[in-house]
Design a protein around this ligand. Structure first.
Ligand SMILES: [Zn+2]
Length: 175
């Protein structure tokens, strides 16, 4: 991988996109007994906008955005030098990380979007989640044919190989 550009995005428009994505895999999350937050029974525009406003205050979105950027700055050079050692088939080097309240800890949307749930965890843990999802995107062609659990095992072991010394507390989990 040559280089990495990462933009953080906490816009209402992107949070609404995350709701659309999560809506489609709620039953999967239930089945896998994964943590998620999705307080919508009705999905009208007004309900969604009001809920986002409430959650922005409850979970202090502005602070979260500042804090994840600070954490990213702290680790970025170490992370990027590790990523330079891997060979991947994707030509992508620019990614977007959306901060949201909804869904599991993290998820992704190919080819270039990562969603990080800021309702749980610390900024360092958000970076771990971000990297886990980034690996899903980087290796999306390679893991395409894998079963879900095999894919997660591959991502987790790649994470530990690459970033184990930077994040020794990384918990191998279903994210
Ligand atoms: Zn995963």
């Amino acid at each position: 991988m040559k280089d990495l550009a990462l933009d953080f995005d906490a816009s209402e428009k992107s949070i609404i996109e995350s709701i659309e994505i999560v809506k489609e895999f709620i039953s999967f999350l239930e089945e896998m007994k994964m943590y998620y937050y999705f307080p919508f029974s009705e999905m009208s525009e007004a309900v969604i906008q009001t809920q986002i406003k409430v959650d922005s205050e409850t979970f202090r979105l502005t602070d979260a955005e500042t804090n994840i950027k600070v954490a990213w700055k702290k680790y970025a050079s170490g992370i990027i030098s590790k990523l330079c050692t891997i060979t991947d088939t994707s030509n992508h080097s620019a990614y977007r990380c959306v901060l949201t309240f909804y869904g599991p800890y993290g998820y992704y949307y190919t080819p270039d979007t990562i969603y990080v749930n800021i309702t749980k965890g610390t900024p360092d843990e958000w970076i771990e989640t971000l990297l886990h999802e980034l690996l899903h995107l980087i290796f999306s062609e390679k893991i395409e044919s894998m079963e879900h659990l095999e894919e997660e095992r591959f991502i987790d072991s790649t994470f530990v190989d690459l970033f184990g010394d930077i994040f020794p507390n990384y918990k191998v989990q279903n994210i």
